[in-house]
Design a protein around this ligand. Structure first.
Ligand code: HXC
Length: 264
């Protein structure tokens, strides 16, 4: 079922797995400000449908590209103030992805460059086809990554690899992206949708409050000193004992049956 209609973004829900598709295939799904706004609005819809949307998949339309970056034709004549506003618009939308209660999967079908890699880096995990190509080509345009790339890419692959990718501005292939831990899964193109569904369905069998809390404390804890982050984990761990899911999950184990989580 369709969840909302936007000019540059498609949003549908299929048995609890929602798909947000960046839909500007003629520009290889480049992110202009209207598209970033549409992404933000679509994410608000996803958040407000937490009862029937359990997992969010983000992908790009067409065979060729996930997202080939921010829209260069829109940025070409921008001044610093306009550039800052574009960056803030992207941060706003990408932070919404991280703050969703639902687990998010980037389904990567092709070029994932600049703002596209920054979008993918904001998702919880990345599943890509072996045809995908990744890069932060900003310095080839005389700018630096401005949608979180200097920070999220660094946290995913480490400072050295992030600096190498950002300073060279060249693309790496999916094998290399897998090797450096930038993507979690690599599949043949025809297996992209099945693999993403398989992962989503496995996650959906679990207590989804717990999944959401785990995602939250992993992300928030990553930027805290270890002792503070560990305390934070203890707090959220204790909170899971206030859910019906915890009683159900442990009862099901002891009764040797499958758990039937209500996400309560
Ligand atoms: C606007 C883009 C675009 C982009 C592609 N297109 N990427 N338009 N912004 N980022 C458009 C092309 O202009 C072209 O339009 C059409 O999409 C098809 O692209 P081609 O270049 O003809 O395809 P191909 O030769 O196959 O090359 C694919 C490609 C190349 C390697 C991905 O398009 C490319 O290098 N794109 C730019 C990648 C990039 O530098 N991205 C980073 C942007 S900076 P027409 O009208 O000619 O058909 C960035 C910064 C984020 O993201 C932070 C900023 C604040």
């Amino acid at each position: 079922t369709e969840l909302g209609t936007f000019k540059n973004v498609l949003l549908s829900n299929d048995d609890g797995i929602a798909t947000l598709t960046i839909n500007r295939p003629k520009s290889l799904n480049a992110l202009n400000s209207a598209t970033l706004e549409d992404i933000g609005k679509a994410l608000d819809v996803v958040k407000s449908h937490a009862d029937d949307v359990k997992i969010l998949v983000i992908t790009g339309s067409g065979e060729k590209s996930f997202v080939a970056g921010a829209d260069i034709s829109q940025m070409q004549s921008m001044n610093s103030i306009e550039a800052a506003n574009l960056s803030k618009l992207a941060h706003n939308s990408f932070e919404k992805i991280e703050n969703l209660p639902q687990f998010t999967i980037a389904a990567i079908n092709g070029y994932t460059l600049g703002g596209g890699l920054e979008l993918a880096s904001s998702c919880d995990i990345r599943v890509a086809t072996n045809k995908a190509k990744f890069g932060q080509p900003e310095v080839t345009l005389g700018i630096i990554p401005g949608f979180g790339g200097t920070q999220r890419l660094t946290r995913l692959v480490g400072r050295g690899k992030a600096k190498e990718m950002i300073a060279m501005g060249t693309m790496i292939d999916a094998e290399e992206a897998f090797r450096i831990g930038l993507i979690e899964e690599i599949v043949e193109p025809e297996n992209l949708v099945p693999k993403v569904k398989e992962i989503a369905k496995q996650i959906m069998k679990n207590g989804l409050i717990a999944v959401g809390m785990a995602k939250y404390v992993i992300d928030r804890g990553a930027d805290l000193p270890l002792d503070v982050a560990i305390d934070f984990e203890t707090q959220l761990w204790a909170e899971t004992f206030a859910t019906k899911d915890q009683k159900e999950g442990m009862s099901a184990f002891l009764e040797k049956r499958a758990a039937n989580f209500q996400n309560k």
